[in-house]
Design a protein around this ligand. Structure first.
Ligand code: ARG
Length: 590
């Protein structure tokens, strides 16, 4: 189903080849939305440069060569050589009819689907998921959903932090409080409290005098240190307690994922510990290949193009001088696994912007090692920070990051007061469901509608507002169309097979609908859900203008009414599909 840009591009490229020679057959016609018409072709200026001729002459030649008869009225040359194109309304109508008949809503099937390994969410065991993890989770899930709708195959990898030195302390604390104690249960409900308690014990012990085996507290710290060593040496009892710790944490993650309607499940867990057995080989292979070398006792890769202060090459440390492996080593192992074993055509990491250098160095190192071939695209989808109203990174007053679950519960509770006021007539259970969809949808959408690498301010009132670029605005648009549909059905009105595209508002709405496919494709290629949000927002606005200009149920002409109903219902399908790609539910009514 060709969107206008695609159809126009084909026609112009044929014209370029005919007018200027076959080597111009794939020149970009630079089709852009126009203020003066529907689209404009901006290619004449560039082509004129290439051909050493005047842009307006080139524009005239393009005009003479291009065959747009069935698509558009005769273009006009404007300014230095722009071609303004107004599409024929009957052509737009035919495209809209095709769109309505298309189950994929104009999303083209990829010529060769990609296997995309997508690393997202990645919270840490025995720690509270903070709002930063909210973003990596929500943005990542939307990218996964989008890629799947486009026809790619997505392998989700939840690279949780489930290994490292804090686990000695956590295991010892779990043993002390008892594995079935209420304190242990905090791992499922309030992991930060558990972590803080363990940390406090550890710090107190250190203060009391590290290594002093007689002091009660100091004993905890040395036990914690010993525990890390026994855990890493594969001691069965340590591993059992560690597994328990991870299991309790998983339950916490899944409570959050359920609350957020996020598609991650246990089968997507591939935490840092997954790679334990591969780390020695990663180091050996890189050393043998001459990619890594010992520097100050540590094994390091110095990928080309990374320098620190004094222009010194920057190391990626993969084995510390004490023999331990770190975060970087697991990521090198993960790249190799994802490309070699999982067959990735693309790998992407939805992770905080602060880790940019880490990922650039991991990608560069694995390219040098040949583990990340040139034809496999690697991308760090950088996530910005969530700020409080004071413009600083969102934290509670005590200084620890805000509890995510409490935040989500507050969003749902606020949405509940809104819907209770708006629709007291609806049954209790229904209002509860709608409050969930609005509250969670509002939070997720606020995250998604900001460019993923910019910071944004967490403002619940704005997120849940019924006006502006918000989830509730879009959800309300859907609910309104559904309500029209219910009324139509009650009056025995059925929609036409083809949407009506005649007056300006209908035409503008139809043109907006035709952009869904190309928009979704761009979002999947660039990992930019905010572009989908912007699109859906403008689509909902086009619907509002259409509905003001073109009444549906009040229209007396039966054919017009049926055609407009079809246009409204096509809009509903696109809005719902778009919201689904974002992971936002659309309630039946509001
Ligand atoms: N657990 C890490 C954090 O909370 C994020 C891990 C991201 N993924 C990765 N492959 N390094 O910051």
């Amino acid at each position: 189903m060709p969107a206008p840009e695609i159809a126009l591009t084909q026609r112009f490229q044929t014209a370029f080849a005919a007018a200027f020679g076959p080597e111009f057959a794939d020149a970009d016609p630079i089709i852009r939305p126009s203020q003066f018409a529907d689209f404009q072709c901006n290619a004449a200026m560039g082509l004129a440069k290439r051909l050493g001729r005047k842009p307006r002459d080139i524009a005239a030649e393009i005009l003479a060569a291009v065959d747009l008869e069935d698509i558009a009225e005769t273009p006009e040359i404007a300014g230095p050589g722009f071609l303004n194109i107004r599409l024929r309304t009957d052509w737009v109508a035919a495209q809209a009819a095709e769109l309505a008949a298309d189950a994929r809503l104009g999303v083209s099937v990829p010529q060769s689907p990609d296997t995309v390994v997508l690393d997202y969410s990645a919270p840490n065991v025995a720690k509270e998921m903070h709002v930063g993890h909210l973003r990596t989770t929500v943005v990542g899930d939307s990218i996964a959903r989008t890629l799947e709708k486009l026809g790619h195959s997505v392998i989700r990898q939840n690279h949780i932090g489930d290994w490292g030195t804090p686990f000695g302390m956590l295991i010892e604390h779990l043993l002390e409080v008892g594995e079935d104690s209420p304190e242990a249960d905090q791992l499922r409900t309030d992991p930060n409290a558990f972590y803080q308690a363990a940390r406090a014990k550890f710090d107190a012990a250190e203060q009391a005098g590290s290594g002093d085996a007689d002091a009660e507290g100091a004993d905890f710290a040395s036990r914690a240190r010993r525990r890390v060593a026994t855990l890493q040496s594969g001691d069965a009892e340590s591993l059992r307690i560690w597994t328990n710790l991870v299991d309790l944490s998983k339950q916490y993650f899944h409570r959050i994922y359920d609350m957020l309607d996020v598609t991650l499940t246990d089968e997507h867990l591939a935490g840092e510990s997954t790679y334990n057995d591969l780390l020695a080989a990663v180091c050996d292979d890189l050393e043998t290949a001459g990619i890594a070398r010992i520097s100050d006792g540590a094994l390091c890769v110095f990928p080309e193009g990374f320098t620190g202060r004094d222009e010194q090459p920057l190391p990626l440390i993969i084995r510390k001088s004490d023999g331990g492996y770190g975060y970087a080593t697991t990521d090198l192992a993960a790249v190799r696994h994802r490309v070699r074993d999982l067959g990735a055509d693309r790998i992407a990491y939805v992770v905080g912007a602060a880790q940019e250098l880490h990922f650039q160095m991991v990608f560069a190192s694995t390219r040098e090692a040949g583990w990340l071939p040139e034809d496999v695209e690697a991308q760090h989808v950088k996530i910005g920070s969530v700020l409080g109203e004071d413009g600083k990174i969102l934290r509670t007053r005590s200084g620890s990051s805000l509890r995510l679950m409490a935040l989500l519960e507050e969003a749902v509770a606020t949405a509940r007061t809104v819907i209770d006021e708006l629709r007291p007539d609806l049954p209790e259970a229904e209002r509860e469901k709608i409050a969930h969809d609005i509250g969670i949808g509002g939070v997720k959408y606020a995250d998604l509608s900001t460019a993923h690498d910019s910071d944004y301010t967490f403002d619940l009132d704005r997120m849940l507002a019924l006006t502006g670029n918000t989830a509730p605005y879009l959800q309300y648009a859907v609910a309104r169309i559904r309500s029209i549909g219910r009324k139509a059905a009650a009056q025995g009105i059925t929609a036409a097979a083809a949407p009506r595209v005649d007056n300006d508002a209908e035409r503008a709405l139809a043109l907006a609908l035709l952009e869904f496919g190309p928009t979704l494709e761009a979002v999947g290629a660039e990992y930019e859900p905010h572009r989908l949000c912007a699109y859906l927002f403008s689509l909902a606005q086009a619907f509002t203008s259409f509905y003001e200009a073109s009444p549906i149920l009040k229209e007396s002409d039966e054919q017009v009414r049926a055609g407009r109903l079809a246009l409204a219902q096509l809009t509903e399908r696109v809005l719902v599909e778009g919201l689904d790609a974002l992971g936002v539910n659309a309630p039946e009514q509001m």
